[in-house]
Write a protein that binds this ligand. Structure first.
Ligand SMILES: CC(C)(COP(=O)(O)OP(=O)(O)OC[C@H]1O[C@@H](n2cnc3c(N)ncnc32)[C@H](O)[C@@H]1OP(=O)(O)O)[C@@H](O)C(=O)NCCC(=O)NCCS
Length: 168
């Protein structure tokens, strides 16, 4: 099973490869990151690590046994004890429960390690895989939204500190 690791400086080459390899695949479900993201990847990576060090975000990668990046699970924009959840899994690793396992572990870390009390998420109505992941990891719908011009749903999940300690 791939390991959930906090984002580090030395992850940059494998993370860039993951984003390049899956760019078209991700763009079918979520807005494309744009050419600038790829052109200035290292500078952006440094900025995100600085923001993580300041406590604004908790970024994670799902890393395979050969060091390859198979997915990302991020908790961003931390404020008032809560954060926004985001995730993406490599096309070649899809449908194996990786997103579900990664989100579960990130929720446990959020509760037990990062001291968060709630998480928010959002997905488009037509993203059945993402909705399945959120439903299985304890998120409940709390309203409608729009994402990249497509209708979507907002979700929330309360975090239980003790539950977090018992999970992986
Ligand atoms: C959404 C995403 C993260 C799911 O990753 P994953 O590792 O394949 O997810 P899991 O295997 O943990 O679970 C997916 C579930 O959705 C189900 N699923 C997949 N495609 C589906 C579809 N078109 N309709 C219904 N269910 C679907 C799978 O069968 C699975 O459920 P199961 O285990 O009961 O069979 C991945 O597809 C992805 O990265 N997509 C592009 C980016 C994205 O959409 N990110 C989320 C933004 S909110």
């Amino acid at each position: 099973m791939p390991q959930l690791q906090r984002l580090r400086l030395d992850h940059a080459p494998a993370l860039l490869e993951f984003e390049r390899e899956n760019r078209a695949y991700f763009a079918a479900s979520v807005p494309d990151r744009g050419d600038d993201y790829f052109a200035h990847f290292d500078a952006r990576h440094d900025e995100l690590l600085a923001e993580q060090a300041a406590g604004l975000h908790f970024f994670h990668l799902l890393v395979g046994s050969g060091g390859e990046v198979l997915g990302r699970v991020n908790l961003v924009d931390v404020a008032d004890g809560s954060a926004d959840l985001g995730y993406r899994i490599a096309e070649r690793a899809a449908g194996r429960g990786l997103a579900t396992a990664g989100v579960r572990e990130a929720c446990a870390l959020a509760a037990a390690e990062y001291g968060l009390t709630g998480l928010r998420a959002a997905t488009t109505l037509d993203n059945a895989a993402s909705r399945a992941v959120l439903a299985r990891t304890g998120f409940t719908p709390c309203g409608e939204t729009e994402l990249g011009g497509r209708p979507g749903l907002r979700f929330e999940r309360n975090l239980d500190r003790e539950e977090g300690r018992q999970r992986p």
